[in-house]
Design a protein around this ligand. Structure first.
Ligand code: FE
Ligand code: MN
Length: 333
């Protein structure tokens, strides 16, 4: 009797998606499809006027936008490459692979979003696309993720031993929980603060769409990690759990350093200290999501985040097809 598993499914055929065992993977696929969007659906005219008007934004506001463009423009490609070149190969279960294909498409949409933003605002691509190499607070985040997902980059890596499955889960946590679940969130808060104050609403809406997608990527990633651990319980040792907690703590500090750099002075009702609290709050949720105990106990300083990201409430805000999108029952943080 063939039994489907997430990894090392040599007894089952990776092309046979039915019958489905992992219903959550199927559910996330359907949610992703229902959330379909493209950057061109969001008008940028008002943003272009604001951006090109020297008095349209303060210097600090421009810095915050450019820093986030610099991080996200290359982070989206890094994410797509990691997904397609490394994760897909080892996840042999067909329903999970179907979701990975959908996710890869969404990462292409996100990459396209930053092309669209650069084009419409007239940003210099040489500046924006080199920030991940030149700006230390951005480079440190990217380097941290690349180092954390190193095993997956080795072309000879296989998930054929307990030790290697543990390495694989370690890297999946780096990819889904840290990159997509922590390193995107200071940027989301900053860009959605603009939207909330009715400034640069086009860019803000683009980030709102990306956040909706990323929250599904994160939910899938957490279910995937939990399923692999449940199927390979011996990998989940006390030492390994401690390593994961320590990685997440380091990520929180790197995200705080990034927030300080984006936001040297408080603006838009935001400052780096409040963002740090928010990141700690988010990190606690991520830890709990993969079965670990929270470490910070910080309160959520931005309760509006959960409201502003619920696109259902923005019905008349968009003139495009957004009203027809469903947002499902997934909690967005
Ligand atoms: Fe993305
Ligand atoms: Mn993603």
């Amino acid at each position: 009797m063939e039994v489907k598993k997430i990894l090392n499914c040599s007894t089952t055929d990776p092309n046979k998606i039915l019958p489905i065992k992992y219903q959550w993977a199927r559910k996330y696929y359907k949610t992703g499809v229902a959330n379909n969007w493209t950057p061109e659906e969001v008008g940028m005219q008002k943003d272009v006027e604001t951006w090109k008007n020297p008095a349209g934004l303060t210097e600090d506001e421009r810095r915050l936008i450019i820093w986030n463009m610099g991080f996200f423009s290359t982070a989206e490609s890094l994410t797509a490459n990691n997904l397609v070149l490394t994760i897909y190969k080892h996840i042999t279960n067909p329903e999970c692979r179907q979701y990975l294909l959908r996710q890869a498409f969404e990462e292409a949409i996100h990459t396209d979003t930053f092309i669209y933003c650069c084009d419409t605002l007239g940003l210099n691509p040489d500046d924006v696309y080199n920030m991940y190499l030149k700006i230390p607070s951005i480079k440190r985040k990217d380097d941290f993720v690349v180092a954390m997902t190193k095993s997956l980059m080795d072309p000879d890596f296989t998930t054929d031993s307990t030790q290697n499955i543990r390495l694989f889960v370690h890297d999946l946590i780096g990819f889904y929980v840290i990159m997509e679940g922590i390193f995107f969130y200071a940027g989301f808060v900053m860009m959605l603060s603009f939207l909330r104050q009715n400034k640069m609403v086009g860019v803000g809406e683009q980030f709102q769409f990306i956040l909706r997608d990323e929250s599904i990527h994160l939910a899938f990633g957490a279910d995937l990690i939990n399923a692999i651990i449940a199927e390979n319980p011996t990998i989940w040792t006390a030492d390994f759990q401690e390593l994961v907690i320590s990685n997440i703590k380091q990520a929180v500090e790197l995200e705080y350093e990034y927030a300080k750099d984006c936001l040297p002075r408080g603006i838009l009702g935001l400052n780096a200290e409040t963002i740090r609290e928010y990141i700690q709050y988010i990190a606690d949720r991520r830890l709990e999501r993969i079965g670990l105990t929270k470490v910070y106990g910080s309160a959520n300083p931005f309760p509006w985040m959960s409201e502003i990201i619920d696109l259902k409430k923005e019905k008349n805000f968009f003139e495009t097809r957004v009203t027809e999108y469903q947002s499902g029952t997934i909690k967005w943080e």
